[in-house]
Design a protein around this ligand. Structure first.
Ligand code: GLY
Length: 253
């Protein structure tokens, strides 16, 4: 059960965010509406939402998930691998101290983005990606071990982040796309396969009684609904333009 979430309102500078998507610039007003819908959806899931002010210094700072790993037993401040995003952790550290008096932290030369970390009960999958290096992943694994969590490192081939192509819904149900569809590390799960033309929908989130899914991915929505989950579908077009998904927009704990 999640009781809390942290989000950060978008700033006008969001149009300058990092992207490889080639889908054009996001529209600020539309993104603001979509972000408000996201906050309302979290509330509908029964979560108390802390809404941080926009941080115009960091265009990507609405993607708060990359700044920390929050668990029942500990929180770890990350060390984002994109130089333009690294300073986002400074304020998040202050914010998280309210909820976690003792914070762990990934240190250089290790880098790590929270989007590369997938929790499955007491086990963590840690993507080694363009943003998360091997050193950062090993540091996180060592920190988690102190709290009796186990972990597996997963080198990525194509995706920006691990959670770009995978989501855990609970009950052994794993939503998988692309390079994770037949990945040996995930062989023991029950897979919900996302078709290549709906790849973006693999970044969905289970929040208590609901699975929140991007709007417009009907095949994936049906598969998840058929697996017994109640859906909330949200427009995400503007965040997609910035390589951002549903998980990226909050820290949930
Ligand atoms: N635009 C989100 C990221 O690249 O981290």
């Amino acid at each position: 059960m999640f009781t809390r979430a942290i989000v950060r309102k978008i700033g006008k500078k969001i149009v300058n965010g990092l992207t490889t998507a080639n889908l054009g610039l996001p529209d600020y007003d539309t993104a603001l509406r979509q972000h408000n819908d996201y906050i309302e959806a979290l509330k509908k899931c029964g979560v108390t939402v802390t809404v941080l002010d926009p941080d115009e210094q960091y265009p990507d700072s609405t993607f708060v998930e990359d700044t920390a790993i929050v668990t029942e037993r500990c929180a770890v401040i990350s060390n984002p691998g994109a130089p333009s995003r690294n300073g986002e952790i400074v304020h998040m550290k202050e914010v998280l101290r309210e909820f976690y008096p003792q914070l762990e932290q990934i240190q250089f030369p290790g880098t790590l983005d929270g989007g590369d970390v997938l929790q499955v009960d007491n086990h963590f999958y840690i993507g080694v990606s363009e943003r998360t290096n091997h050193e950062g992943a090993e540091q996180l694994a060592a920190i988690l071990e102190k709290y009796d969590y186990t972990s597996t490192l997963v080198p990525l081939k194509d995706y920006l982040h691990l959670k770009t192509g995978i989501a855990y819904l609970g009950n052994s149900d794993l939503v998988v796309a692309g390079e994770f569809s037949e990945h040996e590390v995930f062989h023991e799960f029950h897979k919900i396969y996302v078709d290549a033309d709906e790849e973006y929908a693999a970044n969905c989130i289970r929040v208590n009684d609901y699975v929140i899914l991007p709007q417009g991915y009907e095949k994936t929505a049906k598969k998840i609904s058929d697996a017994g989950y109640s859906l909330i579908e949200l427009p995400m077009t503007e965040f997609r333009k910035l390589d951002g998904g549903l998980s990226c927009l909050s820290l949930r704990f």
